[in-house]
Design a binder for this molecule. Structure first.
Ligand code: KG4
Ligand code: ZN
Length: 337
């Protein structure tokens, strides 16, 4: 069974080809960073137009890399939400046309479920049940996962997503868009203990997150330095970046461990774009080792938006008979649970 997975939910045109729900035969990502960078963020209309231009070549490249033709594709899985409506529509329209023309099933997929299950693209797969943290540009969620399709939401952000906070702080520091990876690189040159930014634990029992406070704290810290006439040089920015990253990582890791304690069993899973962050990966591994817990974090290429995670999620949905008709629509908001 060979599935084509497509994701056009935001600013990456992604295609992936997956055999039997396990073996990634190809992965292609056409990123739009250069297009949106001058605007300091994703411009929805530009994103839709670029997806429209890219979708056919991206799928063709995935087929070429897998040495396959469309004849080999048994089903097409596509992200229908959450995301930018115009961007999602490009992927869905392409997938519908392909399903209709080839007489193959169309499998609508929730982008968040794609991130959550991306860990199953790795050779070493977690056993059920496990506790998962999905951290991306749009979401910061904690789930108790007891099987494919069996998810319980344990906590979520009350304001900004963790990735959004990275992007906003990167913008304050003049690092451009998207900021996560650039901020991480700068943080390597700084001191994590230089500034004590607030850690929003909310209450001792809470598994929810809040990142708007730390964003404001960074803004004020930078404004204060400016008012004092101090140099906003690289050393200053690196200290801010390292201290900010340290605070965010600490809260993410501690809340995931708390969630695991609450759930009482299972491995720890982290996925989504922010899971590329080296400090997050290392800190969690270290803390989990101390507690004798098993950790699963996909490789970075499976953490950011990608086609294989959509194909994989589609594979399980298809097994459950969950296909979509030509009346399938996109959803800007699409909670997983
Ligand atoms: O999952 P993703 O590719 O797209 C969404 O579904 O949002 O995540 C993108 C987010 C962006 O906010 C980006 O800044 C963040 O992931 N990100 C990182 C790193 N790489 C990407 N954040 C922190 N450290 C990184 N190395
Ligand atoms: Zn994503």
């Amino acid at each position: 069974m060979i599935l084509l997975g497509i994701d056009t939910s935001c600013d990456d045109t992604c295609a992936g080809i997956l055999r039997d729900g396990r073996e990634v035969l190809a992965q292609v990502v056409h990123t739009q960073i250069a297009l949106h960078c001058p605007h300091g963020g994703v411009v929805p209309e530009l994103a839709s137009r670029e997806h429209l231009r890219a979708i056919v070549p991206v799928v063709q490249e995935a087929l070429d890399r897998a040495s396959l033709t469309l004849d080999a594709i048994d089903a097409v899985a596509v992200t229908v939400g959450p995301g930018l409506v115009g961007a999602l529509l490009v992927g869905l329209s392409y997938a519908k046309a392909l399903a209709l023309a080839r007489g193959i099933p169309l499998v609508p997929v929730n982008h968040l479920e794609g991130h959550l299950l991306s860990v199953f693209l790795e050779e070493r797969r977690p056993e059920f049940p496990f506790v998962a943290l999905t951290v991306s540009g749009g979401h910061t969620n904690l789930y108790a996962v007891s099987g494919f399709g069996a998810y319980r939401l344990l906590g979520q952000t009350l304001d900004d997503a963790a990735g959004e906070a990275f992007d906003k702080v990167a913008k304050i520091l003049g690092l451009g868009y998207p900021g996560g990876a650039v901020l991480e690189a700068l943080a390597r040159k700084g001191r994590a203990g230089a500034v004590r930014f607030p850690r929003a634990y909310l209450s001792p029992e809470s598994l929810d997150f809040s990142f708007s406070g730390i964003k404001t704290a960074v803004t004020l810290h930078v404004a204060r330095k400016r008012a004092q006439g101090g140099p906003l040089d690289e050393a200053f920015a690196a200290d801010v970046a390292a201290s900010f990253q340290d605070a965010v990582v600490e809260v993410l890791v501690e809340k995931l461990l708390r969630a695991r304690e609450r759930a009482g069993a299972g491995a720890l899973v982290v996925a989504g774009g922010v899971a590329c962050n080296g400090t997050l990966r290392e800190t969690l591994r270290k803390r989990a080792e101390e507690k004798g817990l098993d950790v699963h974090i996909p490789r970075p290429a499976f953490c950011t938006d990608n086609g294989p995670m959509i194909a994989l999620t589609g594979f399980y949905r298809l097994q459950g008979g969950q296909t979509g008709g030509l009346d399938t629509d996109v959803m800007s908001r699409f909670p997983l649970v």
